[in-house]
Design a protein around this ligand. Structure first.
Ligand SMILES: O=C(O)CCC(=O)C(=O)O
Ligand SMILES: [Fe+2]
Length: 207
């Protein structure tokens, strides 16, 4: 495990997915990729905020996805029962994801849209697996803290989107830089708040 920084908390886990596992996940997704949007209050859009293709895959899909689910639990300590499906994402040349935060901020989204988060809470943490190297470009960047993470197949990036008191942490703002040469494959797991109350107890922010 390698610490990228503490503010926000971002760490790397090296060699957590084998080349065979990455290849299997890519193959699985490649068979059914769709242009993917971004959650916005009025639903998904296909604006140029995010120019990627993606496939959602249930954690129980097969032995491999079940094994990776167990591995995320071992790595992070989080309970994944109420988490989201995995999303496998492919960025081609120029593929990128504009600056954004992964949390919804439940105090801000309109009541009607709350269903998305009502049962499972907000996205407490994100795990991003790099399934491929990228020849040039494609870094994940956190501009407020100056972190730059270059994709390396087999590595996973973890960060907390919320403070321990449950408030959103705006310093988790991040983006995926455009791929210049090559192709980028990642798999994301957005971990929800529900089920984590004893794992990451609610604490007052440190003064
Ligand atoms: O691909 C990346 O480097 C970042 C992806 C991301 O931020 C997301 O899927 O929420
Ligand atoms: Fe993100």
């Amino acid at each position: 495990m390698e610490q990228v920084g503490l503010n926000p908390y971002v760490v790397l886990y090296h060699d957590v997915i084998s080349p065979q596992e990455s290849a299997q996940l890519i193959e699985l997704a490649a068979s059914d990729l769709k242009a993917s949007g971004v959650f916005q209050a009025k639903g998904s859009t296909f604006k140029r905020l995010r120019t990627v293709k993606a496939r959602w895959i249930k954690k129980e899909f097969n032995e491999l996805t079940k094994r990776i689910t167990r591995r995320i639990r071992d790595m992070t300590g989080f309970d994944l029962k109420e988490g989201e499906k995995f999303q496998i994402i492919n960025y081609g040349i120029g593929g990128h994801y504009n600056m954004h935060k992964d949390y919804f901020n439940l105090t801000k989204i309109p009541y009607k849209e709350v269903a998305l988060a009502k049962h499972f809470g907000d996205r407490i943490a994100t795990v991003l697996f790099y399934l491929s190297d990228v020849e040039q470009g494609g870094a994940t960047v956190f501009p407020m803290s100056g972190y730059t993470i270059y994709p390396r197949a087999g590595t996973a990036l973890l960060w907390y989107n919320l403070h321990t008191d449950g408030h959103c942490d705006p310093s988790t703002l991040h983006a995926a830089c455009p791929v210049m040469v090559g192709s980028k494959w990642v798999m994301t797991e957005w971990i929800r708040e529900r089920g984590q109350m004893f794992i990451r107890p609610c604490l007052k922010p440190s003064a």
